[in-house]
Design a protein around this ligand. Structure first.
Ligand code: BES
Ligand code: ZN
Length: 443
């Protein structure tokens, strides 16, 4: 195995699942391992404790007349369930069919390690980097970065930089370099409906009291109109329309046609807001999703019960200029208004993050495109992202700088799902990309 892959495999073996408190010590061990790795390549490091998982910082020696580039990544990962669907163990990385299979292979350890190894290579070959570098790696991205904004405020001066680069987003098709210039925002909440004081026999009590499971189905169904548009009052009021040049450009982006979306998802047909292509729907239109719904008997066979409670977990993907807090208020009003009689409703707000859009033709946008072009030997495509990295807009608000999204995640990378994978080819391209990027950003 190559040195680069050995490094990535060691990194992938930590089960650094940020949401699961049983894995807190694994997250911590992963941060400690990173510190050692970053020290070994010649950087000075800092480990900052937070209320949950530590922030890892590393720098080269900063010189006054050079640009300062901050590279962000996250070393935490999503949970692995359902475990039974993995072909190989999530934290025992293996290579099959030219891909690395493990939780975090793409999101975000593989993409993040490519940056570290790119820097290591440049330092080894050139003795120094063309820029002042700040690595900022957090362990809480997958839980909404609850402690990072405060950290940025507290360390604004030391984190002052000219531009930020992140590889934690998508690449539209293999070999097609992709610059992201936008991200959707997000707002999450949980709805709990309560009926009788305990579960009831459905023969003895069904028909005399409301069934919370039936009520949650009604509430969930009220979120969309039959044609796919979100039915929440005011939801689209602040949505910035797509620019005509974006619609034109996206119509020919490889890997992002309606047919591509059909084959990647395996769904029998496409469904969504009328009047928009799949790429437009995911990159520049807001949505409402049910991430989980439950209540009542889930076991084998039937059980004649009228459940006491039912719940749904909801999330809303947002676009400029929607405000997550405002959207959560609209959602709460909507849910309360559509709550059927006979149950009580509780809406628990979850984490949220603002949407982001930048100019792909800015000085640094052009530098990123040059680096993508030279390291992939192909013309980069420009997209906005359907996913969210809420800290990106916070970076702009606190540090006053924009972020370049240099994505290496393929649409079949299965991030957040069983059998997450990352092509070895993308890993190697990521290392070259980091080297080219620092050169271009220094110009
Ligand atoms: N790396 C993803 C975001 C992503 C993936 C953006 C692919 C674009 C393309 C990130 O780790 C992630 O999963 N973010 C969460 C944010 C949430 C937990 C606040 C998301 O988008 O659900
Ligand atoms: Zn993720």
């Amino acid at each position: 195995m190559t040195y680069d892959l050995e490094n990535l495999f060691s990194f992938l073996r930590f089960p650094s699942i940020s949401t699961d408190s049983n894995h807190a010590s694994d997250v911590r061990a992963c941060a400690d391992w990173l510190i050692t790795k970053l020290k070994d390549i010649g950087l000075t490091t800092e480990l900052h404790e937070t209320a949950k998982h530590p922030v890892v910082i590393a720098r080269n020696q900063h010189l006054p007349d050079r640009r300062t580039v901050l590279i962000y990544g996250h070393y935490d990962v999503q949970p692995v369930d359902p475990l039974a669907l993995w072909t190989s163990a999530p934290f025992e990385p293996v290579i099959r069919d030219g891909r690395i299979w493990a939780r975090g292979a793409t999101d975000n350890k593989g993409q993040m390690m490519a940056h570290i190894l790119g820097v290591e290579k440049t330092l080894r070959e050139q003795g120094e980097l063309p820029v002042n570098l700040i690595f900022l790696f957090e362990g809480e991205e997958e839980i909404g970065s609850p402690n990072l904004a405060a950290f940025l405020q507290q360390h604004r001066e030391e984190l002052r930089c000219d531009v930020i680069a992140i590889s934690d987003t998508g690449m539209v098709a293999p070999g097609v370099p992709t610059l992201g210039y936008g991200l959707r925002g997000i707002a999450c909440c949980e709805v709990i409906l309560r009926g009788p004081k305990g579960d009831l026999h459905s023969g003895l009590f069904g028909g005399v009291v409301a069934n919370p499971a039936a009520a949650i189905a009604r509430i969930v169904a009220s979120l969309h109109r039959a044609d796919g548009r979100v039915a929440i009052e005011g939801f689209y009021d602040q949505v910035r329309p797509l620019e005509p040049w974006e619609r034109e450009m996206w119509a020919s982006v490889p890997g992002a046609s309606d047919t591509d979306y059909l084959s990647v998802t395996g769904s029998p047909s496409l469904f969504g807001e009328p009047g928009y292509s799949s790429a437009e729907r995911t990159w520049a239109r807001p949505t409402a999703e049910v991430n989980g719904i439950g209540g009542g008997y889930q076991g084998e066979g039937s059980k004649t019960v009228l459940p006491a409670e039912a719940f749904a977990k909801l999330s809303f993907r947002l676009v400029p200029d929607q405000d997550p807090k405002e959207i959560l208020l609209q959602v709460q009003r909507h849910l309360e208004h559509h709550c059927p009689p006979g149950v009580t409703i509780e809406v628990k707000p979850g984490h949220d993050g603002k949407p982001y859009v930048a100019d792909p033709n800015s000085k640094f946008g052009l530098a990123a495109r040059a680096a993508l072009r030279s390291s992939f030997n192909a013309e980069p495509v420009l997209i906005r992202e359907g996913g969210s990295i809420p800290i990106v807009q916070t970076f702009r608000e606190i540090l006053g700088v924009d972020t370049l999204l240099l994505g290496l995640a393929l649409s079949d990378a299965q991030i957040h799902a069983p059998n997450e994978n990352f092509p070895v080819e993308n890993f190697e391209a990521g290392i070259r990309l980091n080297q080219a990027l620092l050169i271009e950003l220094a110009k």
